[in-house]
Design a protein around this ligand. Structure first.
Ligand SMILES: Cc1cc2nc3c(=O)[nH]c(=O)nc-3n(C[C@H](O)[C@H](O)[C@H](O)COP(=O)(O)OP(=O)(O)OC[C@H]3O[C@@H](n4cnc5c(N)ncnc54)[C@H](O)[C@@H]3O)c2cc1C
Ligand code: HEM
Length: 406
């Protein structure tokens, strides 16, 4: 709880902080990286360049301040959970909150100038530390649940035992722990953070990849789409590295599984909706159900550019055989080359029409794909009466969907 005097100050200054949120977080990162260049290896440089991380941090701080002052319109719990899982997968430590707090509050002062009186500075310091304490506590529980002792690094070496080219731009890697120890269990929908040393002495970068294989198997699988730069933007750093430089026998540093999204929630009908590389959590869900609940009714809706770009399509006939109540509906922008090769599926041309998605009234839904795709599908499903709490979704980048961000 905020003290009464700080609550009044935060309410009065929230509009200014919100209006300048991204200017504040931009300045914050510049200051922090100047003082701590070693943190450049921890943060995603692509998200810094596009401004996505600055926007996500500003939105989270504003949502928390609204939550504290009672002005919030979106539930805070899911936002906290998402950040804590991401932080835990990166091995964020309590001591680092002091560094972030110092530079974030200094950036507020720099951007808002004289408006930041001592009372305003005190009030926002209080907001920051209430938020930091919530995150530190949640992250401590996540580390403990992952079997990590206090302060133990999250990173473990895994060896690539197989590499499969799924499509021209998508490759999957099968991995086993180098130490020969157990392969951690995970829930379909969870991801691992992968740390790589970029070539040419460009330092380390970390990215998240959803686990796309069967939970409980003696190995993990990740499936990576090569991100190509468009309109003058550079090619993706880590996906290009994985495609070009990582072969069978190589090792990668991986975190334990984290992620708050359960792709197989409930035990009734399940609707999995994915687009492009967003199919990776759905693949883990199907593999899991094939092994543990083969009679569960499942609808898989997948959108892709064409049959040739649809990764893991070759796995679907096997999954259909194992899951008699699986129904697959594919939307290919170019459906001329659908070539289903033994797969039982309905195929439509063009973009997914949410009105036409086969929907059981009590279905739990899992969505994953580009943001515009998820906004359209989620909006359509809400209009068709699916309650928001039954629609789980995964964003392959920082932040949450428009309506949930605050
Ligand atoms: C929870 C989660 C799960 C995920 N699961 C998967 C998965 O299963 N499979 C998968 O393939 N991906 C997945 N991702 C995405 C993955 O983590 C990476 O974001 C993706 O591989 C791109 O990383 P990259 O390093 O190749 O690209 P980056 O180098 O991070 O670049 C990303 C984008 O930013 C642009 N960019 C970079 N620098 C600049 C600049 N200076 N100016 C302008 N634009 C710039 C690039 O052109 C590119 O479009 C997941 C992400 C999350 C958060
Ligand atoms: C109260 C303090 C903090 C808040 C509100 C906060 C907020 C956030 C948010 C909103 C995200 C994006 C989550 C998502 O993927 O949706 C994020 C990611 C991240 N945070 Fe924090 N964070 C805080 C403290 C810290 C600290 C102390 C560190 C360590 C130096 C840190 C490092 C990171 C990193 C490395 C990422 C991933 C960045 C990326 O992928 O671009 N954060 N944080």
């Amino acid at each position: 709880m905020l003290t009464e005097s700080s609550a009044a100050v935060v309410t009065a200054t929230l509009p200014a902080v919100q209006a300048h949120g991204e200017a504040i977080t931009r300045r914050f990162y510049q200051r922090m990286f100047d003082a701590h260049p070693e943190l450049l290896d921890l943060f995603n440089r692509g998200n810094q360049a596009t401004g996505a991380q600055q926007a996500a941090l500003a939105a989270a701080v504003v949502a928390y301040a609204e939550h504290l002052t009672g002005a919030g319109t979106v539930p805070w719990g899911p936002i906290l959970d998402r950040i804590a899982h991401k932080h835990a997968s990166l091995g964020i430590t309590p001591a680092q909150y002091t560094i972030v707090g110092r530079h974030l509050l200094a950036a507020v002062g720099e951007v808002l100038g004289e408006a930041v009186t001592p009372a305003v500075a005190t009030a926002w310091d209080e907001v920051y530390w209430l938020l930091a304490c919530e995150l530190i506590a949640r992250e401590a529980r996540l580390y403990a649940a992952a079997g990590l002792a206090e302060g133990e690094p999250v990173w473990r070496d895994w060896q690539v035992t197989a590499r499969r080219q799924e499509t021209v731009d998508v490759v999957s890697f099968t991995l086993v722990p180098v130490d020969g120890g157990p392969v951690p269990a995970f829930v379909p929908g969870q991801y691992t953070s992968v740390a790589v040393d970029l070539d040419g002495g460009r330092g380390q970068q970390i990215r998240q990849y959803s686990l796309s294989g069967r939970p409980g198997a003696d190995h993990w699988r990740i499936t990576v789409k090569r991100v190509r730069g468009t309109g003058g933007a550079p090619d993706g750093m880590v996906s290009t590295h994985l495609h070009e430089h990582v072969a069978v026998g190589d090792t990668l540093r991986l975190s334990p599984p984290f992620g708050e999204v359960d792709a197989v929630a409930g035990d009734g009908p399940l609707l999995l909706v994915s687009a492009g590389i967003g199919l990776t959590p759905a693949m883990a869900a199907l593999e899991h159900l094939a092994a543990t609940a083969p009679q569960r009714p499942v609808v898989l809706v997948h959108a892709d550019r064409a049959g040739a770009t649809h990764a893991h399509r070759d796995d679907l006939p096997r999954l259909h055989a194992a899951l008699p109540q699986l129904r697959t509906a594919l939307w290919y922008e170019d459906a001329t080359d659908a070539n289903l090769a033994g797969l039982t599926a309905e195929v439509a041309g063009g973009l997914v029409d949410p009105e036409l998605i086969p929907l059981s009234p009590e279905a739990h839904v899992h969505l994953c794909g580009p943001l515009p795709f998820m906004n359209v599908v989620r909006g359509g499903l809400l209009r068709r009466g699916v309650p928001a709490e039954r629609i789980a979704y995964e964003v392959f980048g920082p932040g949450m969907l428009r309506d949930d961000r605050g």
